[in-house]
Design a protein around this ligand. Structure first.
Ligand SMILES: Nc1ncnc2c1ncn2[C@@H]1O[C@H](COP(=O)(O)OP(=O)(O)O)[C@@H](O)[C@H]1O
Ligand SMILES: O=P(O)(O)OC[C@H]1O[C@](O)(COP(=O)(O)O)[C@@H](O)[C@@H]1O
Ligand SMILES: [Mg+2]
Length: 528
């Protein structure tokens, strides 16, 4: 039987034998596998891409009875959490974070307290993925080998450890919030401060306006305590302020050294995480005893490996309100079309989820799915049909959608992110002109709720997520980790190395069940 090689994944998959198959089956199987692989390779949108990156540059022989073990070993190595002990000789002490249980009343009327062992062991793990796909053609399948064998992949469980690597008395902790706003920033700041104080930390500061707050002499650090942060979760925004762009890594580390910061909590998205990783590496190079812990923040939900980022749920809830308004406007107008543009520079999660939750979107356009405006199968023709059939229509478009239709400016913002052309205004104009050209009437109501969906305070579900992430960030720092981020994977809270979550933005997978559910709900066809 011929050997065959599956390429294009980074690693080379060598299959020597396939039991119970003819060579013809092999070729067919190979082709379908390859096409899946190619579709997935183009965009770094799936867990599979992440997993395959694990075995980059290596050849996997799936005939080797131990291939799973090798694969898992490499995965474990990749998910290993950087620790202060990697290049410093630091000894731990017993934790100062106690969970006390009231067990009874003593004779003198005083409660007796018992310390419970509710700590997380460094060897505790959470399962990264939980579906066992029986074939590469199963919807949304993420397979490692051509037969889609089940491979358990574990990541590190977050939480308080019995041993800690800092004396709380001598800790100076700093918090900084970078990038754009996101609901829940204040909730995370608040929980970090609370938890630090429970450990016994007294010296806590806030760095104003993102990374630039380290180096701009005019920006003063803000002392933080339970009293200061007590009610900040009642408002949106960030107590500390945010910014894009900013400062040189070396300058920031100089300032960290000068300020004698020993724990740094960085709240931000993929850009911020890239900065956090660079800061961690520079601090390591200088052999500084500092824990740098990131907390992923973005309404776009574009961070790899995690179920979701905080702020996303709230943003979707707000976005849904805009879609509801667009529907009411469109439905009440004579031949009304409601058009809503939502954030999502490279990922369409907000548009997809808001369309699903509102149930009122007829057309959802996201950056991950190309579409034509003109032509027999284009959006405009479909819109004509909708108007004839229903008398009104609602379109939800993500800001990064259809950029190829627009003139690019090559402009970038202070952080180096591309400044996108306005697809909302462009669509509004195109629709208006189209209906005029065909001699029909269309009353377009355009809503751009951009900043309204992220300036609000966190909803209940995000507030809980922020609480857990904020607390776990502090536990991670005391456990001596540095260069890590906190997240939620399959409903469990975990620590991940920063490098693993920012290789590329997480994207909506057009082959996923979620996108297909969105299509089922809107009823829209392919626009290609
Ligand atoms: N590759 C990088 N290395 C170091 N710092 C970065 C990098 N990318 C972005 N930053 C910094 O991180 C901060 C936030 O980045 P930005 O992309 O605006 O937001 P987000 O973190 O939400 O993606 C900015 O101060 C920016 O200068
Ligand atoms: O106007 P700003 O502050 O640059 O924010 C706009 C950007 O905010 C986002 O919603 C989120 O971006 P970040 O995750 O980088 O903060 C992008 O989709 C959008 O392009
Ligand atoms: Mg970003």
């Amino acid at each position: 039987m011929a050997n065959y090689t599956l390429q294009g994944l980074g690693p080379t998959y060598v299959k020597k034998n396939k039991p119970h198959s003819s060579d013809n089956d092999l070729i067919k199987f190979n082709t379908s596998w390859r096409s899946i692989v190619h579709r997935k390779k183009k965009r770094c949108r799936s867990l599979l891409m992440k997993i395959n990156a694990v075995v980059n540059d290596s050849t996997f022989d799936f005939e080797d009875s131990d291939w799973k073990i090798h694969y898992q070993d490499q995965f474990e190595e990749r998910m290993r959490l950087p620790h202060l002990n990697d290049n410093l000789n630091v000894t731990p002490r017993q934790t100062t974070f106690f969970l006390k249980n009231r067990v009874g009343r003593l004779a003198d009327g005083i409660d007796s307290l018992e310390e419970k062992s509710n700590y997380v062991d460094d060897n505790d793990r959470a399962l990264l993925r939980v579906i066992k796909f029986s074939s590469p053609t199963s919807a949304g399948a993420e397979c490692i080998d051509p037969y889609c064998n089940w491979v358990e992949l574990w990541v590190h469980r977050a939480g308080p450890r019995k041993q800690i690597y800092f004396e709380p008395d001598s800790v100076k902790a700093a918090i900084v919030t970078c990038g754009g706003l996101c609901p829940g920033l204040n909730d995370v700041i608040r929980q970090i401060v609370f938890t630090l104080e429970v450990y016994g930390v007294k010296n806590i500061i806030g760095i104003p306006f993102g990374y630039r707050g380290f180096v701009d002499e005019e920006l003063l650090e803000m002392p933080l305590s339970r009293d200061v942060v007590q009610n900040i979760n009642l408002a949106g925004g960030s107590l500390l302020g945010v910014s894009r762009g900013g400062a040189d890594v070396n300058d920031i580390v100089d300032r960290i050294q000068a300020k004698q910061i020993s724990m740094l909590f960085i709240l931000g998205g993929n850009g911020t995480h890239a900065g956090g990783k660079a800061l961690h590496e520079e601090c390591q190079r200088r052999r500084m005893k500092i824990s740098i812990i990131c907390v992923p923040k973005t309404i776009d939900n574009d961070i790899l490996l995690m179920d979701k980022t905080f702020g996303f749920d709230t943003a979707v809830e707000e976005a849904q309100k805009a879609i509801n308004s667009a529907y009411i406007e469109a439905h009440s107008a004579y031949k009304g079309i409601g058009l809503v543009k939502l954030m999502g520079r490279s990922s369409g999660f907000i548009a997809m989820h808001a369309s699903l939750s509102s149930g009122q979107t007829d057309i959802c356009l996201i950056p991950e799915v190309p579409f034509n405006l003109e032509g027999q199968y284009g959006v405009l023709k479909y819109l004509e049909k909708l108007m004839q059939k229903k008398g009104s229509a609602v379109i939800c478009v993500a800001e990064g959608a259809g950029q190829e239709l627009l003139q690019r400016s090559n402009a970038i913002d202070a952080s180096g992110n591309a400044v996108l052309a306005d697809i909302g205004v462009y669509l509004q104009q195109k629709i208006k002109n189209h209906f005029k050209d065909i001699g029909d009437h269309a009353d377009i109501k355009y809503i751009d709720p951009t900043y309204m969906i992220r300036a609000v305070r966190a909803n209940a579900s995000d507030a809980i997520l922020c609480t857990v992430l904020g607390q776990n960030a502090v536990h991670g720092a005391f456990a001596g980790f540095s260069g890590i981020t906190v997240g939620i994977c399959n409903t469990h809270y975990v620590y991940l190395p920063i490098s693993e979550v920012i290789e590329c933005p997480r994207l909506v997978d057009p082959d996923s069940r979620m996108w297909h559910r969105c299509l089922t709900s809107t009823g829209q066809p392919d626009f290609i």
